[in-house]
Write a protein that binds this ligand. Sequence first.
Ligand code: SF4
Length: 453
Amino acid sequence: MCGIIGMFSNKNIAKDLYYGLYSIQHRGQESCGLAVADDNENKIKYIREMGLVGDVFKEKQIDYLNGSKGIGHVRYSTAGGSIIENCQPFVGTLRKRNLAVAHNGNLVNAQVLKDMLEEDGYMFQTNSDTEVILYILARYYKGDIVESLKLTMDYIKGAYALVILCDDALVAARDPHGFRPLIMGKRGDEYIFASENCAIDILGGEVIRDVEPGEIIVVKDGSVESFNYSQNYKPVKKSCIFEHVYFARNDATIDGVNAYDFRIRCGEKLAENDEVDIDLVVPVPDSGWPGALGYANAAGMRVSEALVKNRYVGRTFIKPTQEEREIGVKIKLNPLKRLIKDKSIVLVDDSIVRGTTSRQLVKSLREAGAREIHLRITSPPVAYSCFYGIDTPNRANLIASNHTVEEMRDYIGCDTLKFIDINDMLDVAGSHTNFCKACFDGDYAVKIHDIEG
Ligand code: SF4
């Protein structure tokens, strides 16, 4: 999972890119990078490092990156390891033309394309699928970025939202299914593209619209043009519903759906006809909060912050061993015993992936004296892996892939367990768009070429 940003202006935008990238930090914390086209030197300058935006970029780096158009990336690895070589944007020069690419998503045929390019003599420096995109783009780029990108999109399959920088233009594109989000905004006569609207909001811009599936938008001096990837291909939208379940920030509106409203309404749906006798509604912070608010609203109760979150557990937290897992969860979330003792609680979370965290949480709530624990999940069971850019484990490690709900309840140790029904979740999302929901129902819109399911 990653976040991308691109900006076209007539003044130096390095600082704006930095602020924008900062605002989408939640989409990736492993590494970050910025690339800007230097207006005077006919080259693309870039800085990419492991670490958080605030740690990597200081005044000195921002001063170096002077230029009026640029792109940025925050990374959470799905394809390719978490190493400096795989940091983005990827930058290259071919036939005296400069290109930089930042990509959010996951190609499902990267290995096939890599093999093909290696046959042609390309030597890959990384194991990232974004390098594949850069090489194919560069291969066809002879001055017309739209034609070369259309040809590239004929090859690459899977999920991709792209921002591309070339010598005279900023380009934004979304794959023909629009799996990953990409929003277009404007500030005066400057253009901004970002994975989430918060980047546009904080820069004082105005959201114009989502980039459409299969759309290519090119911003050059004095012009903005939109192109269809292919006249022969009718894009079928498959916007990732998991963005709304978990990944996007609460303030995100993607393809007409606001993540916060969606989460609240999923909580409300869960409370409808739920007949458990409870004293407290408790969110698993932070992602369970809106769902718990919705549940509590519908149940006529208040939310109790009975799990206290340590906000300083981040990337550098040493991963606990299996034996230490309990302390790992407790360091992150500690129950407020005084509130919980002898109470019957509804615990609300956004999803269950492996089930291990839920199990530890239930155990620690029991130790804190909870009388009954009713776990409510604002998404359906995650029973299939994602191959389109969200980091889910192999299918065998997804608890819902090989357990019934009752078996999951038994493993987790709660008194009752309920998930929102997939049709209720789709009802909540409304008819603004078509969604990908393959991690819930296994209905993959793009065939998986070279990844084991
Ligand atoms: S499989 Fe799930 S997480 Fe992946 S794109 Fe589809 S809805 Fe999103």
